[in-house]
Design a protein around this ligand. Structure first.
Ligand SMILES: C[C@@](CO)(OP(=O)(O)O)[C@H](O)COP(=O)(O)OP(=O)(O)OC[C@H]1O[C@@H](n2ccc(N)nc2=O)[C@H](O)[C@@H]1O
Ligand SMILES: Nc1ncnc2c1ncn2[C@@H]1O[C@H](COP(=O)(O)OP(=O)(O)O)[C@@H](O)[C@H]1O
Length: 284
């Protein structure tokens, strides 16, 4: 039997940091949603008890450093599975981009192996396993739109934002999440974006207020360090995107656009100086 799983990218419509915790992580509150830029995983059993990972993408590790590999090992060990698996990873999401590509691959591997090995694990059990692999993995298992708290693993699903186009632009730099959190001065943050405001805007399906409420406190670290990220934000705004924000720790910038007629202009304008630009839809 073969199983297939899609691993979509996420964007953070809002990312607020409340404080640095004793365990080194940051207490966050975020609103996350999925977009239809996705990796694809194909999984099937091997006769021998081993995990084999393959991918045509030359720029990711294929050993135990890969989050999909780690997911397979975790679920095997925890549930005493003595069977082997081959995982092929078709990588489409840019790496170290703020789009949770690795986390979504891990989530897809957990979902897929639960089916392949007929383990019967619930979503809640899979989310708890995912939290051992990374803070964003539980959300990637659940999908949809959610408020995430704690270090990102405490989830509350909410309805989808109003449908729109999402333009993603990733400058040719890789940003380390640990590095960005490490440089954040949590107690010096002046402008905290409002979670209740964004939840309310989504509830009212007000595209205008969703765009007005976008906010990410990690911009205060990434933007000064990488001027090209700020520049992409400015260009996207100038080209007419309705709301513009950096996703996660960056460097990808997303623009929300309601009118299809504007999308081509924004895409072409960005492509002038940024090679990696994608036009996608929100996954509702
Ligand atoms: C910033 C966000 C926003 O969605 O995404 P990305 O930019 O990575 O996509 C997440 O909080 C990233 O989640 P994730 O990438 O799963 O992080 P983890 O692997 O758990 O942690 C990587 C490192 O980031 C720091 N970290 C992470 C989460 C958190 N709430 N506080 C932290 O301080 C820690 O230093 C940790 O060692
Ligand atoms: N399946 C995977 N896909 C992408 N990167 C991975 C994967 N597994 C491990 N990594 C490593 O994780 C790091 C962050 O990758 P990624 O999840 O794409 O970042 P982000 O969460 O910022 O979007 C990279 O350094 C990469 O080498």
């Amino acid at each position: 039997m073969k199983v297939y799983e899609k691993a979509p990218a996420k964007i953070n419509l809002l990312l607020n940091v409340l404080r640095k915790r004793e365990d080194g992580y940051h207490e966050v509150e975020m609103i996350m949603t999925m977009v239809d830029l996705a990796d694809r995983l194909e999984m099937y059993e091997l006769p021998r008890d081993q995990i084999v990972l393959s991918s045509h993408a030359g720029f990711i590790p294929l050993d135990e450093k890969n989050l999909a590999f780690q997911a397979a090992r975790l679920i095997k060990d925890r549930y005493g599975v003595r069977r082997g698996v081959y995982i092929h990873l078709d990588k489409q999401i840019p790496v170290a981009a703020g789009l949770a590509g690795g986390s979504s691959d891990a989530a897809a591997a957990l979902r897929g192996l639960n089916r392949l090995w007929e383990l019967g694990l619930s979503m809640t059990e899979l989310e708890a396993l995912g939290a051992e692999l990374g803070s964003d993995v539980p959300f990637c298992i659940r999908g949809g739109t959610a408020v995430a708290r704690g270090r990102g693993e405490k989830l509350e699903s909410i309805e989808s934002p109003p449908q729109c186009w999402v333009v993603l632009a990733k400058p040719p730099i890789n940003v380390s999440t640990a590095d960005v959190y490490g440089k954040l001065r949590a107690n010096e943050i002046q402008d905290h974006p409002s979670i209740p405001g964004m939840i309310d805007a989504i509830k009212r399906q007000s595209f205008h207020d969703v765009c007005a409420g976008l906010g990410n406190v990690l911009e205060s670290v990434t933007l000064p360090k990488y001027p090209e990220v700020r520049q992409i934000k400015e260009v996207m705004t100038r080209l007419g995107a309705d709301g513009v924000l950096m996703s996660g720790s960056g460097p990808t910038v997303f623009g929300l656009v309601s009118k299809e007629s504007k999308v081509a202009r924004i895409y072409n304008g960005l492509r002038g100086f940024c090679k990696e630009v994608y036009v996608v839809r929100m996954l509702t």
